[in-house]
Design a protein around this ligand. Structure first.
Ligand code: 5GP
Length: 194
């Protein structure tokens, strides 16, 4: 009936250093279904090269709170316990529907759990790093964070790994092409079933 037929929400989570960013970029370029990446709102400052409206909608704490108050978010989370907020705007799902694709959310575990409550059919994928050591190496190689931030993120990695079994699918990012193939396979299967 409605234009929602076949619409799906895809959620991908993975700890910092799980190699998520590369996977997401490659997936958006080439997937068995049209994926529209949800642009999250955040109160953290833009990193070098991050473009407003592409990487995130960068909001002041006041603006974020005001939108939260108005019920504009599907979920929000204070991701690293450092006072920075992140959230998925309801309008992002609408945008995906309008563009005729599936909404693709790259969000943390807390956010993913909230999405599962609201969209039990969501395709939830947890990207696991091959090991904690690899995570740490990848985080350091990025060279954008202070030692304190790296330590905080590593603690979060350990916490998040414990939640991996809440996701419908788990993919180990040992080898990039292999992990991508697995995720594409999941999407293909779900597309056939929808
Ligand atoms: P960044 O490195 O960009 O500061 O932070 C990324 C972290 O925030 C990742 O763990 C990512 O999954 C999470 N994140 C990004 N956007 C959202 C969002 O809208 N909601 C939630 N819950 N987490 C988000």
């Amino acid at each position: 009936m409605g234009g929602d037929h076949g619409f799906q929400v895809v959620v991908l989570s993975g700890p910092s250093g799980s190699g998520k960013t590369t996977i997401v970029e490659r997936l958006i370029q080439d997937a068995p279904v049209k994926l529209i990446k949800s642009v999250s709102a955040t109160t953290r400052a833009p990193r070098k090269g991050e473009v407003e409206g592409e990487a995130y909608y960068f909001l002041s704490a006041e603006e974020f709170a005001a939108r939260q108050e108005r019920g504009e978010f599907l979920e929000t989370a204070e991701v690293f316990g450092a006072g920075y907020w992140y959230g998925t705007l309801k309008s992002e799902l609408e945008r995906a529907k309008t563009q005729g694709g599936w909404s693709f959310l790259e969000i943390d575990v807390q956010g993913a759990l909230r999405i599962m409550e609201q969209y039990p059919e969501a395709i939830t994928i947890f990207l696991e790093p091959p090991s904690l050591e690899v995570c740490e190496q990848r985080l350091r190689a990025r060279g954008t964070e202070t030692e304190e931030v790296i330590q905080r993120r590593l603690r979060k990695v350990t916490e998040e790994l414990q939640q991996a079994d809440r996701y419908r699918y788990r993919v180990v990012n040992d080898e990039l092409d292999q992990a991508l193939a697995e995720i594409r396979g999941i999407l293909k299967e779900r597309k056939a079933g929808s």
